[in-house]
Design a protein. Sequence first.
Length: 70
Amino acid sequence: MPKRKPKDNIRLGDKVKLVKCYEARSGKYDGVVFEVTSEPWDVCGSQVVTIASPEKRFPLFATEFLERVS
């Protein structure tokens, strides 16, 4: 399996949506916009951040599965 490239453009305060992950494919979070609530950091070779919305908070989420929205 090829190593996934981290998204260096994801930063604190960005608005993002979930893409290409189990949570995104489930449809449960369609249309939900999350706010990045931490600076990115490295966990076992993956770049991760904390994200939150009024409905849900993820204390750790890989940036490779996030896409910035305007």
